[in-house]
Design a protein around this ligand. Structure first.
Ligand code: IMP
Length: 421
């Protein structure tokens, strides 16, 4: 495949950054297609760890063209901060992407506070309010931002209406002048990177370049197909790539679903296979399961193949990349959820109604664990038999072939089972 999408199959944090960085060794182009700095992608290479929130995970490779596509929402301040820490080579930003301003973050927090015990548990990065403005046709695009005059007039108009919204939350008004003065330097910083990225990507495809499309979050956080309302405000599915990048649907050749060897979730909302107590804490600490963006401890659960089959159906997943397999070493037994029970009936799909999903209890198959340290394994054959059987069980219950698995955070701890890109 020459044009591959990297999709999170669970609730985000599956290790997409690491898999993108690994596959990017063979790519010419990496395109980030949705979300904003709510995402946190960790890439570890040559003993150094990089935390990326906005920049595509190909950014560490000077040979790669990196694109921030129109489906993204970009916080200019966060962009400036991130780019100052890295040497950004060949970076392009879509003129049609939308921008996140501080009032979006304030409204994100205020909206959550108002929900009291019904909070989504957002990252407070202003992502929801920015996509809301985009849909309401009152957002600001990068193309406006980089023209000082247009930026001035548009911002003035927006701040006026935002201050009315702020008043409803009893928040102090935003000063338009101060905001403009603070953000003007960011618009100048961003301008050299801005282009029509749809044209650019299509041109690169015409030149037969190898393209990776990098998703943020995971399918269960998809606005349409996730556990609504406990979702983000964009679609991390492979199906969203054409609209979020400006290419024809048939140009996407396939996708690799990145799946943790277990489940995690940050934020609220049901998670049927969630586990508590010592075991969860052991996995949390060993797997360093604390949010890259917010530092929040992640909720831990067994692998849920109902979730992965759902992701396969709504997104399309050609292959799987199973990450963090090493974290399960040392357990006596490991469970895989294969179906749920709801109101006394076995079900194999995710119900639309969140109350129903919250009542689903998992049905498991139990497999034998392994005790060996697998962090130096370089092939499937080198894995202990129980770990091989675990991967085979994942293939069996998801109906998806595994192309990659990983046994540690470094690029060198990633093993190709099948060459797909
Ligand atoms: P928002 O995207 O900040 O609006 O948050 C909505 C939900 O998505 C919350 O449950 C967040 O914790 C979750 N979320 C957003 N981005 C990520 C991510 O990159 N990884 C995991 N969860 C995320």
């Amino acid at each position: 495949m020459k044009r591959l999408v990297i999709v999170g199959t669970q609730w985000g944090d599956e290790g997409k950054g690491k898999i993108t960085d690994y596959l990017a060794q063979k790519a010419d182009v990496v395109v980030r297609y949705q979300g904003g700095n709510n995402a946190g992608h960790t890439v570890k290479f040559a003993g150094q760890e990089y935390h990326l929130h906005l920049l595509p995970s190909g950014i560490l490779n000077p040979k790669i063209t990196n694109v921030m596509a129109n489906g993204m929402v970009i916080n200019p301040q966060a962009f400036a901060e991130e780019i100052s820490r890295l040497k950004a080579f060949n970076l392009y930003i879509s003129d049609r992407a939308h921008l996140v301003f501080p009032y979006h973050q304030t409204l994100d927090k205020a909206g959550e506070k108002q929900k009291q015990d019904q909070q989504i548990g957002t990252t407070h990065k202003g992502i929801g309010p920015t996509y809301t403005d985009k849909s309401a046709r009152i957002g600001m695009r990068v193309s406006t931002f980089i023209h000082p005059d247009r930026f001035y007039h548009e911002l003035e108009k927006i701040v006026k209406s935002k201050n009315e919204e702020f008043a409803r939350y009893e928040l102090p008004p935003v000063s338009f002048e101060a905001l403009y003065e603070t953000y003007l330097p960011y618009s100048k910083l961003m301008k050299p990177y801005v282009t029509d990225t749809s044209k650019l990507i299509n041109q690169l495809i015409d030149e037969n370049k190898k393209v990776l499309f990098e998703g943020a979050q995971g399918v269960m956080l998809c606005l349409d197909h996730g556990t609504y309302p406990y979702v983000t405000s964009s679609s991390p599915t492979a199906a969203s790539v054409p609209v979020n990048t400006g290419i024809a649907p048939w140009l996407v050749e396939g996708s690799i679903g990145v799946t943790k060897a277990y489940s995690t979730r940050v934020g609220s909302g049901p998670m049927p296979t969630e586990i508590d107590g010592n075991l969860a804490q052991e996995i949390r600490v060993k797997g360093r399961e604390f949010g890259t963006t917010t530092g929040r401890p992640r909720r831990i659960g067994w692998l849920d193949t109902v979730v992965i089959r759902h992701s396969k159906r709504v997104s399309g997943l050609s292959y799987l990349a199973v990450t963090l397999l090493d974290i399960l070493s040392g357990l006596d037994e490991i469970k895989i959820c294969t179906s749920y029970t709801l109101n006394g009936k076995e079900i194999f799909d995710i119900p639309a109604e969140i109350e129903d999903f919250a009542q689903c209890t998992p049905n498991y198959v139990t497999l034998q664990g392994w005790q060996e340290d697998i962090t130096n394994v370089q092939s499937f054959a080198e894995l202990p038999e129980a770990a091989q059987k675990y991967l085979q069980a994942i293939e069996k219950y998801t109906g998806i072939e595994i192309a990659i698995f990983s046994v540690g955070p470094d690029r060198t701890q990633t093993i190709t089972v099948k060459d797909i890109f």
